[in-house]
Design a protein around this ligand. Sequence first.
Ligand code: TA6
Length: 301
Amino acid sequence: MNLEALNERFGITDQLEFVEGKGGLTIAVIKNKYASAVVSLYAGQVLSYRPANTSADLMFLSEQAYYQTGKAIKGGVPVCWPWFGPDPKDKGRPAHGFARTSEWDVIETGATSDGATRLVLELKLNDSTRALWDGEIEARLDIEVGKSLKLKLSTINHGKETIALSQALHTYFNVGDIAKTSVNGLEDKTYIDKVDDSKEKTQSGEVTINSEVDRIYTNVNNRLVINDVELSRKIHIESEGSHSAVVWNPWKKIAAGMADLGDEDYKRMLCVETTNAGPDVVSVAPGGRYSMSAEYSITAT
Ligand code: TA6
């Protein structure tokens, strides 16, 4: 659907407009009394969320990000679906699935009674993604921009076989200084340490980052908090349908090797991901539906 048709059918006066973004990608620009946000239809990816009373975005978005079909956008909330991490079947399919490199459709928009803005996106298989997935599945992403940012990723299995699903809302949070940032809620949890041979370890105290971190925490609580001392704020993450969480920061060397990330960007970003990852794989029966959601809010400290 072209921009004119999108705006005519789904635009909301003074709240939601579809415009051409970087690389010619279509983006939804949302603004209401609570917050502003930007969502790319390519990748179904939230790129920005900024509450009305704050100067710093909730999201980190790399200035060197690609806005190009076939490439993932580095920052915001990439949707890893219908698998997280390397190809679970080892067939050479792309890491983190194909949702983050696919064009999503808008199926619904609206304003809630309290003035938040809703945008619902859908991803159906097409000829190229059918080559990557046996069976019939579809994804739906419900986005609500209000006092908080609410995201619900649903999977519908239209096929005849039960599917194994892993997934992530691979959120890049904007932090003031990684050296003054910590995560609460993962204390005493077991994690798979991907930078140490996937050894199983136990988290002692809050999570702090002073080297490369790539961990899958298992059996997690549904409330996590990022403490950002530099920006004097706490980011609250409340999840449902997820029993694992990934914490990732590439640190210096890996960041320097990534063409779509600035050399110093690792100091300003932290991924705390709501996931079904590692042993937390979900089964979706034929005709079934599974939803995983995350709600992000900010409080000042
Ligand atoms: O979620 C953590 C992770 O799987 C890391 O292992 C790292 O590869 C990261 O995602 C980013 O992946 P990307 O393919 O977007 O560069």
